[in-house]
Design a binder for this molecule. Structure first.
Ligand code: KG4
Ligand code: ZN
Length: 357
């Protein structure tokens, strides 16, 4: 095995074309030599969501350029690469195929191992890109495509405690923002709106709050908002609705996280376990504060990784590639893209669970 394994990671599961190079320098935290991300935000903005065919076309157009940029920034030559890791699923099949084929082609031409990576595993291991973290730990992944509580017990060992049964949390923020006339992706601006409003003005539902373990549901909330929006007349009422939405989400996550902590403690007895919150929605200040509060109350150590590393990126794919390389777990070049690939294979498939559609 190479002395300091060097992994090329590729991510094209949805609307980010990303390539990264990371190297195990023996310090326990891999060195990120480059982490290039090209977002397709402008392409999909006018449609209010990701359009698969347009996303795939853009990946095809850009992947070459992004890879060249990542290799140049890393300052290494291609022949030093130990293995190539590319996202195999879950995600949009037309998008996954672009990065997967590109990765296989590089691995084959360099004659190095190829590793197909589960995108969710990338998120789960992403905190290890900048801190030493012992297994097991609990992770809450809240982004535009995923909302899940996962126990990360070791490489390839994941237990899903809960997931959304309808919309992802970021999606709920974006859809609510759209109803309030905020452009896509509206999550961050909705948070700003909320700061100017009265959180107690509107009573909103908290779907499955007292049932379904730590599974989540946000669709009913959106329906309630649609009903209220139709009656709203003033700008202040919009701020009040945003604030009420924000408060409701905070309360849902507070309650559900407590349930996830209990589930985690049932299978792991150590005190002061780490609770990692990853994904774009983790940028939300109110949500952060609430999750820190519930962690402190329950003896968990809250960790919010750098957003650049817990949103979609290729360094996290390379991170899984590195662990798999060290464990000598490789894939064949005929590995197909897997749009609904689960992380915890024993977990029941729930509609929309962790898959951006
Ligand atoms: O992980 P991420 O960057 O990318 C993908 O999901 O691909 O997450 C993006 C999501 C979007 O839905 C966005 O509206 C939401 O995270 N988001 C936020 C905030 N910042 C980003 N939602 C609420 N409050 C925020 N401050
Ligand atoms: Zn993701």
């Amino acid at each position: 095995m190479a002395e300091k394994p060097l992994i090329l990671g590729i991510e094209t599961s949805c609307d980010e074309t990303a390539v990264s190079l990371i190297q195990d320098d023996g310090s326990g935290i891999p060195k990120i030599l480059s982490n290039v991300i090209s977002s397709q935000f402008d392409i999909h903005k006018e449609f209010g969501g990701v359009v698969p065919e347009l996303a795939a076309r853009s990946h095809v157009e850009k992947i070459d350029l992004i890879a060249k940029k990542a290799i140049k920034e890393s300052g290494i030559s291609l022949d030093k690469i130990s293995a190539v890791a590319a996202t195999v699923g879950p995600g949009l099949i037309v998008c996954l195929t672009v990065g997967l084929n590109f990765g296989k082609a590089i691995a084959s031409s360099l004659n190095v191992p190829f590793i197909g990576v589960n995108h969710l595993e990338g998120h789960a291991l992403s905190p290890k890109l900048h801190l030493k973290l012992d297994y097991p730990y609990l992770i809450l992944l809240i982004s535009g495509g995923h909302s899940q509580y996962l126990s990360v017990n070791g490489l390839g060992e994941y237990k899903r405690f809960g997931t959304t049964i309808d919309d992802a949390l970021g999606e709920a923020f974006d859809k609510t923002a759209k109803l309030l006339g905020i452009e896509f992706p509206g999550g961050p601006k909705l948070e700003k709106f909320a700061e100017k409003g009265d959180p107690n003005r509107f009573e909103l539902p908290k779907p499955i709050i007292n049932k379904g373990g730590c599974n989540l549901s946000f669709a009913g909330l959106k329906t309630a908002i649609l009903r209220i929006v139709k009656k709203i007349k003033t700008e202040q009422e919009k701020f009040d609705l945003a604030a009420s939405f924000q408060k409701t989400i905070e309360e849902i996550l507070y309650t559900k996280t407590k349930v996830a902590f209990e589930e985690f403690k049932k299978i792991n007895s150590n005190n002061n376990s780490s609770f990692v919150v990853a994904g774009g929605v983790a940028a939300n200040k109110g949500i952060r504060e609430k999750l820190i509060k519930v962690s402190n109350e329950n003896n968990f150590n809250p960790i919010f990784p750098d957003l650049k590393l817990c949103g979609d990126n290729a360094a996290m794919i390379a991170m899984v590639g590195l662990e798999r390389f060290k464990a000598q777990q490789f894939d064949n070049l005929d590995l197909p893209a897997s749009p609904r690939l689960p992380l915890d294979k024993s977990a029941k498939f729930l509609k929309g669970a962790g898959v951006k559609l």
